[in-house]
Design a protein around this ligand. Structure first.
Ligand SMILES: Cc1ncc(COP(=O)(O)O)c(C=O)c1O
Length: 392
């Protein structure tokens, strides 16, 4: 969460005082309006606002028709929710290495594709754009769908196209830790009418046919699903948050790019598939060894600047995905994808070493979190501390 204030308070107050803030209402229609605005912002034909990024990922996969017997490729470095969303559908998450940018490797993805692979999930982690050209070529060669996990990358771009809008579908998170937030929340975008219709039904299984005219023009038959619907309070906050996003991103990029330019020739940045397009939340430095990385981070800490070495980020690293690595996909064994007959023979011989390239990169990278409120003097100070630390 970066910026929030009176505008969000006033918007929520308006929704509450209308006494009419169920999603389908005759008053503010904040959810429906946010969906229209998010469609315009991302350039997508359809958008659904729901409870979380996880819900948006799972609803998109269901929309793609994915289920038991299918494999979905996820990167070894992403929040565990990406893999758990695959398990919700009954499919098996297959874990692939990242490339040097810490996003899904097109090369390893292609190697991990089997006849059971139905989709791949590039994750624009920390707002770093994935190799969408490479991954789209792989997906086209093998006839698999692309679901972008844009949960950490609202507002970012890949060669001018909004992250999350390039694949068959994209999922965003608006939880407390994200670039724009409603405390909890998520959105799904797609240009695919079938994915949209199925996700509409799945994310609001009971009420979608009961309130309003949501099923007008929908041809997919009703089926059982989940309750991932949100109220107008979520929509009201997010409409204000969305107004803040362009200037927020500009301020993040200002700090990030200034520091990167000042440190050119002093420190090495991790490669990027589109540095201009990334969200600006993070500056990633790459080192030759983990020891060098930790020495640098320790020096920065002495100067009052805390860096993160991403191997330390817990459930973002596949080795720490306990229930995935130990293959417990559900409490009830009959609902556990790892024990389903349809998934017998699936590519899930997970071991801690299987994506050692990713682990090595994560241990040789240090993140500086950019603060959009930094003044020119703050930016100069941070740059100075990092430059001094680089001298050893
Ligand atoms: C990369 C990634 N995917 C998925 C999610 C899940 O989002 P949510 O917490 O809104 O369910 C997150 C959230 O932290 C995330 O960072």
């Amino acid at each position: 969460m970066y910026r929030i204030g009176q505008e969000e308070i006033d918007a929520v107050a308006r929704a509450i005082l209308s006494r009419d803030f169920f999603k389908i209402n005759g008053s503010g229609q904040e959810v429906l309006r946010f969906e229209e605005e998010w469609k315009a912002f991302t350039g997508s034909a359809h958008a659904l606002l729901m409870t979380s990024g996880y819900a948006a990922l799972a609803s998109a996969l269901i929309g793609m028709g994915i289920g038991p017997g299918d494999e979905v490729i996820v990167p070894a470095y992403t929040y565990i929710a990406t893999a758990l969303a695959v398990l919700e559908t009954g499919a098996i998450p297959v874990i692939a290495d990242t490339d040097e940018t810490l996003t899904l490797s097109a090369e390893d993805t292609e190697q991990k594709i089997t006849p059971c692979t139905k989709a791949i999930i590039p994750v624009h982690i920390q707002g770093f754009p994935s190799d969408m050209d490479g991954l789209r070529a792989v997906a086209a060669r093998h006839g698999v769908r692309i679901l972008e996990d844009a949960c950490q990358s609202a507002g970012g771009c890949y060669h001018g196209r909004p992250l999350g809008s390039i694949g068959d579908a994209g999922a965003y998170s608006f939880n407390y830790f994200k670039i724009i937030t409603s405390g909890e929340g998520g959105a799904l975008v797609t240009n695919d009418r079938t994915i949209h219709e199925r996700a509409l039904i799945y994310h609001d299984a009971s009420a979608v046919a009961f309130f309003g005219s949501q099923l007008d023009g929908i041809s997919e038959p009703l089926f059982g699903g989940r309750e991932y619907r949100v109220s107008d309070l979520t929509g009201a906050i997010l409409r204000e948050q969305l107004k803040r996003l362009p200037s927020l991103r500009a301020d993040l990029k200002r700090g990030q790019c200034t520091i990167a330019e000042s440190l050119a020739g002093i420190l090495t940045l991790a490669p990027s598939h589109d540095f201009e397009g990334d969200t600006g939340t993070t500056l990633a430095f790459r080192f030759e060894s983990e020891a060098e990385t930790r020495r640098f981070a320790a020096k920065c800490a002495e100067g009052g600047i805390g860096l993160t070495v991403p191997i330390d980020t817990g459930k973002h690293v596949y080795t720490n995905w306990t229930q995935v690595m130990e293959k417990r996909g559900a409490l009830n064994p009959l609902m556990d994808p790892y024990r389903m007959e349809a998934n017998r023979g699936a590519a899930c011989d997970y071991t801690p070493e299987m994506c050692s390239k990713t682990l090595d990169l994560l241990a040789r990278t240090a993140y500086l979190a950019v603060n959009p409120e930094w003044s020119e003097a703050d930016i100069a100070h941070v740059t100075g501390v990092l430059a001094d630390a680089a001298k050893g």
